[in-house]
Design a protein around this ligand. Structure first.
Ligand SMILES: Cc1cc2nc3c(=O)[nH]c(=O)nc-3n(C[C@H](O)[C@H](O)[C@H](O)COP(=O)(O)O)c2cc1C
Length: 230
């Protein structure tokens, strides 16, 4: 997490000629954000996971609106498109469970690199189309593999390498809202297992194609963004 001290006092002259009032701490190479923040604001890094195989489909479109809002508020996005990765199914060997403090997996298919991106982030937003009342298989495979992040589940040393992070769920589906109940239940149980703090979920029902998405889907996407960083 990068703490952003307020850098510019925009209120001095209505923002026409901002004056530097305090220092800002930035990661190397980063440019300061000169607007949007209230005093003492915190820049949040959000890892977004697109679980749809369609990179320009309904889920990607709504997720794009969430990301747009987050970026507009000055937060940082790291997007993972699961379809770009060859994420093999968990083989249940539990070798990962014997390696404390590291998200190691014997499959060696590059999924570890995604885990390494999850660990330093502040919030994780998982987005999926509803497939057979559950997650798209690409995202389901990834969530199974997240067992690598949880150590000694139910034991005295139970801990999650992504514990305490905020998490949210976005789902698009063709059917009505009430048929997307199971995926929410499963996600919430996953979040509990991974010791994530659920901060919001958005289910967008009655989807056909991206250009047909209901007007209020964008409004709800923006609201989800604010829930994540609120
Ligand atoms: C294999 C498959 C299974 C689906 N299962 C459901 C379902 O159980 N319930 C539902 O409402 N929609 C279902 N749908 C529709 C998708 O959830 C919906 O069109 C979604 O918005 C597609 O998102 P995308 O454009 O990101 O791929 C299914 C679609 C496919 C291809």
């Amino acid at each position: 997490m990068q703490i952003c001290k307020f850098y510019v006092n925009l209120s001095l002259d209505g923002g026409v000629c901002p004056r530097i009032t305090e220092e800002i701490w930035l990661e190397s190479g980063e440019q300061p954000i000169l607007n949007r923040y209230s005093k003492g604001g915190t820049r949040v890094q959000v890892l977004t996971i697109l679980g749809s195989p369609r990179k320009s489909g309904n889920t990607a479109t709504v997720l794009g609106w969430v990301e747009e809002e987050l970026k507009g508020l000055g937060h940082k996005i790291d997007r993972v498109d699961v379809i770009d990765h060859r994420i093999g199914g968990c083989i249940g060997c539990w070798t990962c469970a014997k390696i404390p403090d590291e998200p190691r997996c014997v499959l060696g298919d590059g999924t570890e690199a995604i885990f390494e991106r999850m660990i330093p982030t502040d919030a994780i937003l998982s987005a999926s189309p509803l497939y057979m009342w559950g997650f798209a298989s690409q995202l389901k495979a990834f969530l199974d593999r997240c067992a690598c992040l949880v150590k000694d589940y139910g034991g005295p040393n139970y801990k999650s390498l992504i514990g305490g992070k905020k998490s949210a769920l976005l789902v698009t589906c063709m059917g009505p809202l009430e048929k997307a109940d199971l995926i929410q239940e499963i996600y919430n149980r996953f979040a509990g297992y991974a010791q994530l703090a659920s901060v919001g979920e958005l289910i967008v029902p009655n989807c056909t194609e991206p250009d047909q998405l209901a007007e209020d889907a964008k409004t709800q996407a923006k609201a989800l963004a604010r829930q994540i960083v609120g």
